[in-house]
Structures are given as C-alpha cells and as structure tokens.
Design a protein. Structure first.
Lengths: 405, 405
C-alpha cells in the first residue's frame, strides 16, 4: 500500500486514501505468465458474451432511447422489481421495488453508506478480518474501527455484544459479510444469524449485510440473509450482479425497508453519479428475465468454482509444508491461508518472482494487526493453473520459512 | 427542493443533501402530454441505437471477456488514449493517456473532486448562477461558496480577482463552465479565458473547467478550453460522452497535467466504485474509433440543436410579454430567461398545470439569492413541441404577471 502525503491543498480525508493492493495488482496480473490468486475475479470463460451481444441488440431495438438516455437515480423499474423478487424469494420477507436502489457496483453502495452515516472519527464495527474494499470506502470518511473476532463459523455474537456494550460512542453501523466472506470464505453459522440481528436491534445499530457471494454455494444449501429476520433497527442489504453475471457492468443494489435511509441514499447517489449505466441496467435486466437460462448460468458457475476450490484445497494439502493452515469454504471465491511466523507481504515479493500472486492478509485487518494471513482466489484460474500456482507458492513458502527460522 | 432533517444516526453532511429539482422532475416528464424544457437531455432520436447494437456484438465477439470483467480504475487504455488525442486537438497542448482518468459520468468527476479538495466549511468559487449538479456535489462535502458575477460573455475576470483578493481563506478551487454554460448557455469571451487562467495562477488556486458542451457549437467556431494555456497552478479538465453520444453510458473523463491530483483521483475513485462500466467504456471507445462517422454524428447534433434553439428563440420573441428577457446562445442545450418580478417556482407550479415544465433558476444560485430566472432546455423537444410549449409557458407568465401586478 502507498499512502500519499496530504498537503494543505487537499482535504484531510485524502491522508486516509490508500491504493488497494488488489487494484494495483490487477495491473501486473494481465501478463499471461502470471498465475493470479489475487483479484476477486469471476471466471471470464463463463461470461455469456454471445448472449450479451444478442441482448444488447434487442435492448437497442426495443428500448434504445431509454437505454442511452439519462435515467432516474433509483434505477430502472424492471431491474428494481427483479431485485425485489429475488430478495423476497431468498429472505421469505416481502420486498417491493420501492425498497431497492440500483448502484454502480457494490463498492459504490459501500461508499454511499459511508457518506450517509460517517462523520470523521465515527466508529464502524466489522469482522476481523473484513473486506478491504469496505475498509477503503469507510477510510475515505475518516472512520475508526471496532474489530469483532470471527472463528471458522463467522462473526462471534458474544464478541459483537461485548464490543457494542463497551463502545463509547456506539458504532454508526455493523458491517458484515455473512456468506462465504471476503477474505476468509467463511460462512456465518445459521444459529448466529438471528443472534447478530438481535444484538444490533438491542443497541439500535444499523446492520449492513454485504451478500455478494450468497448464490455461489457449492452444496445446494441456500443460507437465509440476515435481512430475513424482522428487526426494529435498520438492516441494509447489499447484493450485486458482479458475481451473478459480470462485474464489468457495474450493477449492484441496496435494499432496505428503512425508507428514510433509502431516500437519503438516493440523494447521495444523485450527487455522486446521477445513476448507474442505463445500458448496463437494461442488459442485466434482460439477461435475468430469462429465469431458466439465468439459473443454468448460476449453476455452471457453482460447478466450476466448486471444482476449482477442490483443486486448490488438494494442491495446498499436497504441497504446503507444516505451519500452513487453510480452510475449505463451502462457496464463494476465496479461501484463507495462514503461515506461521511469516509476513505474507514478504512472501508476495518472493512469490511474484516466480509469477504467482495473492493478496497479503494485512489489508483486510482494519488495524493492520496481523501479517501472517493471505487471501487466495480460486475462481479465476483453471484447475491445472491452480495446481501449478500452488506448487510455486509452496516453494516460496518453504524458501521464506527456511530463511526466517 | 426538499431537505431531509438530519438525525444523530446520520452524518452531518446529510443535512446539506437535497434532491435536485431536475432529477425529481424527470419522474413526471415521462408523461407524453408534458412538454419538458427541464432536463439537460439530448435528443433521443439522434442516438445511434442500431450502431450501438452492432458495436456491442463486435465488442462481445472481440473483447467480451475484458468488457465484462473487472477493469483498472483509470479506465481502459484505448479510451484514455482517445480522450488524450481529442483534448490535444482541442487545446493545442500535448496530452497523453497518463493525463486522463475515465469516470462514471461527469457528475462523478465533480463528486470525486469535492472529495479530494473539500473539508467542511472550505470555499469554492463559482459562477453566479452555476451548474446545480456541481453545487449538489460540493454541498455533500459541506462547501461554502464565493459567487462570481457573470455577464453575457461569461465570468467577469475582475469579479474573480476581487473575490480571490478578498477571500479568507482562499477557495480550494474555482469551478467554471466556459462553453455554453449550464444554466445560461453563455460563452466565455475569448479574451477573458487567459485572464481567468492567470488570476487562478497568481493566487495558486486550482481551476476546474467543466467543458461538457464544447462540441455543441452552432456557428462552426471551436473555442479553446482554458487548459490550452500553460499555468503553474493546476487546471483540471472535465469532458463527457453524455453530450457527444449518450448519457446512459455514464462515461466521462478528467484530464490534468497535475499527476499528484490525478493519482489522488484514482484512489478516490477506487474507493467510490472501482471503475466505470467496462461495457460502456468499450462501446464508446469502439464508437468514436470510426472518426468520420463520429464527426458526422456530432454535426447532426449541432444542426438539430441549432434549429431547436432558433425555434425556441423565435417562439419566445413572439409569445412572451414585456418584462421577459432571454438570450440566444451560440451552442449547447440551454438558454436563460428572466421574468421581472416573478418567482419562477410559482410560475412552474402554474405552468405544470398546462403540462409544460422547466427548471426554476434559484437552484443554480449557490446562495439561492435570485428567484426570477429559469433554465430552458431546447435540445430534447422537436421544433413544433417547442412552439407549443413556449406558447403555454407565455400564457402562464401572463397569468402570473397579471396576478402579481
């Protein structure tokens, strides 16, 4: 990470703006000889490129003027409607299009929520580790963090309760990724879900649920989002087209029954970019309109990622020396790997010399307190590449562990 | 405008977030019986819908994986290159792709610049009146404003100099729309351009040049942007695809030789939405790649808007009673109309009953100090509709003027 020094010319918040390691790494991972476990990139070979071309022609023929014109900030009605139905099915709660705003990727949702809730110095409670894009978004609003411990079943309700009970002031919101968390791939245990909702309710702290990976389960089990439970305090749900179809569209959504929050989000989005790409919105809405084809597409993603998860877990088990631990996530795009006594930033420097890269774990810790973890993405590389990449990585681990011991 | 009350749950800045009259009006102007002079909407019948469909197919076939995948924050190289060339031609200065960042519409550029420069209470110098989307973006960063007087030839250099000489502290930047200004349609006189650059340079205040309408000139005269002049203080140029091709893509750009600013913009954009829609970027880049077709397209826009400007000016001259003044802009999408002794918000209430709408001028004044102006858009309606709409509007003016006198 690089931090740019602030001069008097710039706002104070710029001192907190840092380049994401992931975004910076995207620049080098384009080279064909590099095997990247770094980005959270979907498998591009599964993108329905031909179908998107056909859809674009249909959209231009039938709705061309609307798809190229300025549009309402809330998003196009048909897409808000689809999101409401999708979420109704997932949650068992009844959502209408009035509960939904379309945003320009879920990163924008996080930025707008930061803008809405955070004055400089305000607290945010989040998992330890948590999604670095969220930390980056909230950093720009000069947030401070309450790190809440997680174990292999996600956030610990007791730890959250303890954090809120001792917080002064209370955090402005709790941010959580319950399903196949970024960066750990962990799934929040079912019996912890209502507990976390109730704790937030008791302290009247809004709960932001980032559910980007929910559909990417490998065992056929649908996990109810936290917004499935009724609560007297706000639950704000974030979902995205990026993991369902394609991130290049920059289409995502925020849903909440709290219309005071939603109205303010619309105002914040007006000032931020007027509305998400109309072309992208119409293309995605048309794509998901064919329910059967869309479900088949999701299933092929699940199947592919599951195999890649298996390939990575086997390779890690086969190649890694003692002192290396990792998990076998039941979905999503990432697993989490810890290397006893090794700073993974040093490991990255070594590994990248043999053309394999990953994201060092430190960026996912709001207080940058742990350096021995790393996030490994398994969705973006084929099984053979994964095997080769893990072999190279294990070699680097042995080299660095030998050197440091 | 509606202002939502702030509660302790939200950040202080939310007290300044207001719904744009224009955005709110977009919701009613969809009704076919309404003639709207309100939005800054391009003529949808000129959108190259069929060509965009063909291009989308080409992009999907040739670059589908890239156009649907995550991309770099700075924007795709071919589009940054095109912008650099386009700006080099327009300015006579040499720009490279390294001087350019692609943003999700020029509104996002304004938001990111606000985020970069403005701490609460910081000053911004801008034209009086100025673009309300800019005021809305800067309001969210709790800016205060120095209004600089304009006449029929744009910002008065003496007024700017006086404002900066007496400012304490100096504004963080000067924001200006030199070509066919939004909302007045006015063109900054050639001999004022260098003067304004030099004043900003003398006070070392960054200059943000919003050049959305430059290409929409009706008399064949290209006006050099302010960034054409060398300056030791930063000039930050904002351009957009919205007025050249289609706003629904949400593709725009910021260019500056000041790479400290550009690097910070990239960081701010990372946290705000990662990158602009890759699909939109590839589609626009492919569209402008055919230089001859693109120039023909711009020329047909100019031709159409020129006729509509003529239709509106004739209708105003024919229909409006005494006490109404308006200008005849040499380009762009708007003209400015003042009605002696009438609050145009009241006029809008009356006019909308006879299905004609516009934007009351008060929203364009940072201190909301004048209520007798209105912005009339002439690009979005055909000549006959314009004649009918102005007739209705003149009727409303006579009614309200009769009532108030």
């Amino acid at each position: 990470m690089t931090t740019l020094a602030r001069s008097a010319r710039f706002a104070e918040r710029t001192a907190r703006m840092r380049a994401s390691t992931i975004r910076e790494m995207l620049k080098v991972t384009g080279r064909p000889e590099v095997i990247s476990f770094a980005g959270g990139l979907p498998a591009p070979e599964l993108f329905p490129t031909q179908r998107i071309g056909e859809i674009a022609v249909e959209v231009m023929r039938e709705r061309g003027a609307a798809a190229l014109q300025y549009s309402v900030t809330e998003g196009i009605p048909e897409l808000r409607e689809w999101v409401a139905n999708w979420l109704t099915k997932r949650s068992g709660q009844s959502f209408s299009r009035e509960d939904v705003i379309i945003v320009s990727g879920s990163q924008q949702g996080l930025d707008l929520l930061g803008k809405l809730f955070l004055d400089p110095g305000d607290h945010v409670a989040l998992e330890c580790p948590s999604y670095l894009g969220a930390i980056q978004a909230f950093d720009a609003y000069q947030a401070r963090y309450l790190s809440v411990a997680i174990d292999e079943h996600g956030m610990l309700p007791d730890a959250l309760e303890h954090a809120l009970a001792h917080a002064n002031p209370l955090p402005k919101f709790v941010y959580i990724v319950p399903n196949f968390q970024n960066p750990t791939g962990r799934l929040l245990a079912h019996d912890r879900r209502e507990a976390i909702v109730r704790i937030c309710e008791r302290f009247d702290v809004p709960l932001i649920e980032d559910d980007a990976y929910a559909a990417l389960h490998f065992d056929g089990i649908e996990h109810p989002p936290l917004i499935s439970w009724n609560s007297s305090s706000p639950i704000i749900y974030s979902g995205t087209a990026s993991k369902l179809m394609a991130p290049g569209l920059r289409v995502a959504w925020i849903a909440t029954k709290d219309h005071d929050i939603l109205d303010k989000l619309v105002l914040a989005k007006q000032g931020a970019d007027l509305h998400a790409s109309s072309l992208s919105q119409y293309v995605f809405a048309q794509y998901v309109n064919d329910d059967a084809a869309f479900i088949r597409h999701i299933e092929s993603i699940r199947e592919t990622y599951r195999k890649r998860r298996d390939a990575m877990v086997s390779a890690l088990a086969r190649e890694m020396p003692e002192g290396v631990t990792f998990n076998r996530p039941d979905g999503g795009m990432f697993l989490w790997c810890e290397i006893e006594g090794v700073d993974t930033a040093d490991l990255l420097a070594l590994a990248s010399q043999s053309n394999v890269v990953f994201v060092p774990g430190v960026s996912f810790f709001a207080h940058r307190e742990r350096t021995d973890g790393m996030r490994l993405n398994f969705s973006n590389s084929g099984e053979e590449k994964i095997a080769v990449g893990i072999e190279r990585l294990a070699h680097a681990v042995r080299t660095i562990a030998g050197a440091t011991r």
